[in-house]
Design a protein around this ligand. Structure first.
Ligand SMILES: Cc1ncc(COP(=O)(O)O)c(C=O)c1O
Length: 433
């Protein structure tokens, strides 16, 4: 029922030719295309804004699924990619390595805590998770333990859309329940949020030790499963339980990595070193697809052998793509040269202050902030399309899902644009009653 939300009429300007001709051939993600409003036609991006083909300009509240941490079109990244395009856009990684991938691997190894020092590149977050799962299973095979093939995963988890990644996502809560028959059954648990549940979790993990390859978690913030946060103690309990039962601990930092929760990586805030970590999203500053699965030395050592069958059996065609790695190296330059974590901290303060106005409003279940993630959870969203359109009509791009409205802006967003985002959330949530 569209009338439930404040909707200004959208201008009915003509759509560009490329849209008219091309859109009938596009298949959109997570979208019932018959019922959904037509997508927006984007013409350009700049800073924290998306410029539409009809001239409207939207302040972007979610940085293209949490990737564009430096804002759009950062000239330093653009220059690095352009330079690399003229030198070496891509060579396969089988038998050849190039400077950008090697440099990025070294920089990630230096940035990550402990001996997370061996980097396997791929091209999307889901594939990075697939690689992590295969790495863990083959780690045990290489050690002669052939039964350790299962993973503990947590209620509310989301790790991607490929079959392995879906199997470790929360099938009941998430969008993957349709594929239940296709997927390997994993062990699903609640996050151990208290000392007591930590002890119970340890017992649970130990009971399954013989079949357990690993424990996989999104540290500090479950993202696409509903933007639900937990504290660092949970991660320390998981480390302890993993150590006791011998399972590998996998942190999926595809959402949380690169400053989103306030620290460069969520694992640092918890002072916990996982055995494997997955990275993607903001790795290239939101410009090119790239992901990394990074293993600790003892994990890599289990593959180091005279036996060719002990090699990691994975190899995406575009792994370590030089353009994407050049973008990622440039993105890391920006983290070194510009005050990104301070900017994230300032965003956090403002989100807390401004979104606080939603607390106590009818229909609002919770308001929470972690780092540069601001969430207003509603009791329910009856008409998600109408709510999304209401934001667009107000000049912002915010894309609620489930029962939450959230903001994950670029760290470089100006104060005025951030205020526009928070004011609009408050206004639209108020107008909903
Ligand atoms: C924590 C986490 N893991 C994995 C993925 C999957 O990444 P991709 O969409 O690049 O496959 C996502 C995407 O939202 C994510 O948030």
């Amino acid at each position: 029922m569209r009338g439930r939300y404040l909707i200004k009429s959208l201008s009915m300007t003509a759509k560009p030719d490329w849209f008219e001709r091309g859109f009938p051939h596009l298949w959109l993600p997570y979208t019932q295309m018959k019922a959904a409003p037509e997508p927006l036609a984007a013409a350009r991006t700049r800073g924290s804004r998306i410029v539409l083909a009809d001239g409207r300009e939207l302040v972007d509240g979610i940085a293209s699924w949490w990737t564009a941490c430096h804002g759009y079109n950062h000239p330093h990244i653009a220059r690095a990619v352009t330079r690399q395009l003229g030198v070496l856009p891509h060579v396969m990684m089988g038998g050849i390595v190039q400077e950008q991938a090697a440099t990025l691997a070294k920089r990630l190894a230096d940035l990550l805590p402990g001996d997370l020092t061996r980097v396997f590149f791929s091209d999307s977050g889901s594939v990075a998770v697939e690689v992590a799962l295969k790495m863990a299973v083959q780690f045990w095979l290489n050690k002669g333990e052939h039964k350790r093939k299962k993973f503990v995963t947590f209620r509310g988890a989301y790790h991607g859309d490929t079959t392995g990644a879906m199997s470790v996502s929360d099938l009941d809560a998430g969008m993957h329940r349709l594929f239940q028959g296709l997927l390997v059954e994993q062990l699903v648990a609640d996050l151990p949020r208290t000392e007591e549940s930590g002890a119970l979790f340890e017992q649970f993990a130990e009971r399954h030790a013989g079949e357990l390859a690993g424990i996989i978690v999104e540290p500090l913030a479950q993202g696409a499963g509903g933007m639900v946060f937990h504290d660092a103690d949970v991660l320390r309990r998981l480390r302890k339980a993993a150590d006791k039962c011998g399972a590998l601990l996998i942190f999926d930092e595809i959402f949380t990595g690169f400053g989103r929760t306030g620290a460069m990586f969520a694992c640092e805030a918890a002072n916990v070193v996982p055995d494997i970590i997955t990275l993607s999203k903001a790795l290239t500053g939101g410009t090119l697809p790239l992901a990394a699965t990074v293993a600790r030395k003892h994990v890599f050592d289990a593959f180091w052998s005279d036996d060719p069958e002990r090699a990691l059996m994975h190899g995406p065609t575009f792994m370590g793509n030089a353009l994407a790695c050049a973008a990622a190296n440039a993105s890391l330059d920006l983290f070194e040269q510009e005050p990104r974590l301070r900017q994230a901290a300032a965003i956090s303060v403002m989100l807390r202050r401004e979104l606080g106005a939603c607390r106590g409003l009818p229909g609002v279940k919770d308001v929470r902030v972690l780092g540069a993630i601001g969430v207003v959870e509603l009791n329910e969203i009856k008409d998600i399309h109408a709510l999304r359109q209401a934001f667009i009509a107000e000049g912002v791009f915010i894309r609620p899902f489930g029962s939450i409205v959230y903001l994950t802006p670029a760290f470089t967003i100006g104060e005025e644009d951030l205020k526009k985002l928070t004011d609009t959330v408050v206004k639209v949530v108020k107008g909903k009653q």
